[in-house]
Design a protein around this ligand. Sequence first.
Ligand code: LMR
Length: 394
Amino acid sequence: MFGTLKPQAPDKILALMGEFRADPRQGKIDLGVGVYKDPTGLTPVMRAVKEAERRIWEAETTKSYTALSGEPAYLEALSAMVLGGVRDSARTAMLSTVGGTGAIRQAFEMARMGNPDVTVHVSDPTWPNHVSMLKFMGLPFVEYRYFDGATRGVDFEGMKADLARAKKGDLVLLHGCCHNPTGANLTLEQWAEVVAILERTGAVPLVDLAYQGFGDGLDEDAAGTRLVVSSLPDALVAASCSKNFGIYRERAGLLMVQVADPAQKDLAQGALAFLGRQTYSFPPDHGARIVQTILEDGALAADWRAELEQVRLGMLSLRQQLAAELRSLTGSDRFDFIERHRGMFSRLGATPEQVQKIKDDNAIYLVGDSRLNIAGLNRDSVPVLARAIVEAGV
Ligand code: LMR
């Protein structure tokens, strides 16, 4: 049976995690995988999460299955957080998913069920696993220009020109905020222009919102997503709770499918439940229950928001420190884009050789495309990284 198995190409982010663990050097710095770390290098359990878990443990009387599409109260609470006032319940089918990745995967499945001829449009670059999943599923995809290597901002003219080529019923994958891997994001005015292109072409957006609260704030980071959803008839949104609730291993996510006509909602809901059943049957509940418990309780939600805000501001201040350090080392403002980027990541624009040199000489681990995880830094390691960047000739 297994004679035809072939080695799989390793996921470069996960491979880097292994390489970092195996490096014996003292003072090594991990700026690879997108996991938040506090200044001491820990990925803490958030206060509200601990408290929610205590309450769940005390009150829980059964481990029987939840609903096939997920606990309605979880779907209600999280969708309200993501979409705010623009959620149209009569037109929105929802599925509790195995993390944000599970939501993306089921979104691709839904797109294929809705349109067997779908082509998926992804940003160049995008999260490598987007592309990997599309290849694995055999779904045709094309890239649209996104990152401007010169300014390290968005190549918006290129993006618009490429998206204008999308066909009716194609799927356009957009990062809701904190673009992974570049850190370069659309302004709200640019989101409006993207919406206009989607209206004109009839292509359907899939917004991947994995870092809500890590960029400019919870509502600010959802503004583009909300504009898309409130302006267009069909839209898909994949949300992750891994980062903003810090519950990575609990795998809590949400897929929302907004249909044009309320009459289509039951069909969409049935398709989502079917997809869940075919992949893993009922969704996991613990992470979802944590999120629901926090969002339904005013005081817990306020504490969670406060801690998340502290995390966000900490990353912003590291960005400012790194940009300032590089300004003083180089006597130029060419690294100021680090301050303008938002979220966990920035793409430095270094060559693979420079990334390798930074790793070899300093035990500092960046993803090969020169993506760095800002949250892997602290006030002491910022100057070390700045020096390494300059010494590598970036
Ligand atoms: C990342 O981009 O580093 C994260 O989304 C973690 C992952 O699964 O790749």
